[in-house]
Write a protein that binds this ligand. Structure first.
Ligand SMILES: [Ca+2]
Ligand SMILES: [Ca+2]
Length: 249
């Protein structure tokens, strides 16, 4: 076998990690927000956002999380010692330009036996796409989700840290006919290709849509025109690291 093609390593890309720009809690229908951003992004278990006795939206309680872009499809909750034990489900809504709208595909990895925020885990949802609009909350414009609960939580519930599970642009300027090689050491990850507006449907994959979970080769067919950006979504509970190479010439 002769392997003569030249591949240029594009670098190591970490897919899907980051911290939110803000975490705000209200207990009075949004009239006032308490800012817990530093407490949930400082990497310290000694500081937290208290969600004890958080009540429903109807009773005026929710949490707003702000992001710098719409490339988000999940939020990782690192819970503290005190977790929720009350039966309650978590809701996540995004701003569609007019109203808070429930995300689709919600999977609450923090739930145990019908009690949300009962353990460390990721709240995962389908990418809202271009319908996700920026709005102003507490005086600042951004991409926000509203996180709320269906029933009163336990009296003491602490969230130590919040982290983004999102999508990451891996490559730009990719043309048809390109061949790309991916390697990843996160074998348990379910990373897949796909951006509703960017990636054409005719990208060939060699392992069924979880390319970065194992590594593999992608050849983008040359039937069409310029492809441009390629993104990867994180599809599980933690980030993945990918080494991306592109064939030259
Ligand atoms: Ca903290
Ligand atoms: Ca924890």
């Amino acid at each position: 076998m002769v392997f003569s093609a030249k591949f240029r390593i594009q670098g190591t890309v970490t897919v899907g990690e980051g911290t939110p720009l803000a975490a705000l809690k209200t207990v009075d229908v949004g009239a006032n927000y308490t800012d817990y951003t530093s407490q949930v992004t400082d990497g310290s278990a000694a500081t937290n956002m208290p969600l004890g006795a958080l009540d429903t939206v109807a009773n005026g309680d929710w949490v707003i999380v702000r992001f710098g872009s719409a490339n988000v499809r999940g939020l990782r909750f690192d819970m503290g010692t005190n977790v929720n034990a009350n039966a309650a489900t978590l809701a996540v809504e995004f701003w569609n330009g007019t109203a808070w709208t429930a995300v689709s595909g919600l999977v609450d990895g923090t739930a145990i036996g019908g009690a949300t925020l009962a353990q460390d885990g990721t709240v995962f949802f389908s990418y809202p796409g271009s319908t996700w609009s920026q709005n102003t909350v507490n005086g600042t414009l951004g991409y926000h989700i509203r996180v709320s609960v269906s029933a009163l939580l336990s009296a003491v519930v602490d969230v130590n840290e919040l982290a983004i599970r999102g999508r990451t642009q891996i490559l730009d300027g990719v043309s048809r006919g390109s061949t790309l090689i991916f390697m990843s050491n996160h074998s348990a990850e379910a990373i897949y290709w796909g951006d509703e507006n960017v990636l054409p449907g005719d990208v060939a994959q060699d392992n069924g849509g979880s390319l970065l979970s194992q590594g593999g080769v992608v050849t983008i067919d040359d039937a069409g025109t310029y492809v441009g950006q390629i993104w990867a979504d994180v599809g599980s509970t933690s980030e993945a690291t990918a080494i991306v190479s592109r064939k030259q010439g």
